[in-house]
Ligand binder design. Structure first.
Ligand code: AMP
Length: 302
């Protein structure tokens, strides 16, 4: 089954203790699409400016991503800047320039309107809602957001959450959205807002998922080299939702495996700057890391 995703396609300026990139390809929808493309067909809805090179579109297409939903508008592409602390656990946003996203009015190509899986990656909740309204009777709707929108568009986000099945956010966002520091309490409050399932991303500490009466925890993969955590959350979401779309199951066992598939894609993402770690991955490398995850936490019976 295929996924339609809306979110930012961006140029990022990022500084970590291991280097710096300026105007490198980034954006939530970009990371999501490439990560999910290893599991299922992906169609992307976004806007870029007239400064966006064809080589980036070609990169997406090389990964099988359908790009006819990327509109090219007059003006500059969305730009974001971030700086990381020495231990890479804290990030400061240095700037957010919405640029062409400020006036974007997404119109889905006809061929996108019957896509069964919808992922609303991080962008203005009004744009997320507009895309959702254009998809006919979707089977599963998942969504991400961030502090920028929790603070700036709380009402619209609240409306959107009522239409969403699975919310995928990080721990700070879960605390901010719920007003609870305790993540289990936060999960209960957030699931009362609409989503029946919640996945909380916890950076190097992995991910915690809540669905039905169950909780599931996956570790972050211990890596020798972490160059740049940017896009890890979106890559996680791509692996997670891509796996669900491919497996066509949404039971507890499939959700557990999806969380690990997400963790696998996030672990590749952080090894390089920009999209570097996600490029042209062989199927065996993905399967091998999935197996390494299994071994990491398989402690057998007592
Ligand atoms: P992550 O590291 O997974 O939180 O995602 C980082 C990506 O999100 C970067 O590539 C940014 O371009 C993008 N991004 C940052 N701020 C925003 C925002 N306010 N809206 C949409 N995308 C954003």
């Amino acid at each position: 089954m295929s996924i339609v995703v809306v979110g930012s396609v961006a140029f990022d300026t990022v500084e970590t203790p291991y280097g710096k990139v300026e105007d490198a390809l980034g954006g939530a929808a970009t990371y999501f699409s490439v990560a999910a493309s290893y599991f299922c067909p992906v169609k992307v809805v976004a806007v870029v400016g007239d400064d966006f090179d064809d080589e980036h579109i070609e990169l997406l297409e090389r990964h099988g991503v359908e790009t006819s939903g990327i509109e090219r508008a007059a003006g500059k592409t969305f730009r974001w800047g971030g700086e990381y602390s020495l231990n890479l656990n804290e990030r400061t946003t240095t700037f957010t320039h919405l640029n062409v996203f400020e006036t974007f009015n997404p119109k889905l190509p006809e061929s996108f309107r019957q896509t069964p899986f919808v992922f609303l990656a991080n962008i203005d909740p009004e744009l997320q809602m507009s895309v959702l309204e254009q998809v006919e009777d979707p089977e599963l709707v998942a969504c991400d957001t961030m502090n920028f929108w929790i603070e700036g568009k709380a009402d619209r986000l609240e409306e959107l959450l009522q239409e969403v099945d699975v919310l995928v956010i990080n721990d700070d966002e879960a605390r901010q959205l719920s007003g609870s520091y305790n993540l289990v309490e936060a999960a209960t409050k957030i699931r009362d807002m609409g989503p029946s399932a919640l996945v909380i991303k916890r950076g190097e500490h992995g991910a915690l998922a809540f669905f039905g009466e169950e909780m599931f925890s996956a570790p972050g993969f211990p890596l020798e080299k972490v160059a740049d955590p940017t896009g890890a959350g979106d890559s996680f979401a791509g692996g997670f939702f891509g796996y669900l779309a491919r497996s066509e199951e949404q039971g507890a066992a499939a959700l557990r495996r999806a969380v690990v598939a997400g963790s696998v894609m996030a672990s590749f993402c952080v090894e390089e700057f920009s999209l570097g770690g996600l490029m042209d991955l062989a199927e065996e490398r993905i399967a091998h890391r999935y197996r390494a995850f299994q071994l990491l936490t398989d402690f057998g019976d007592l």
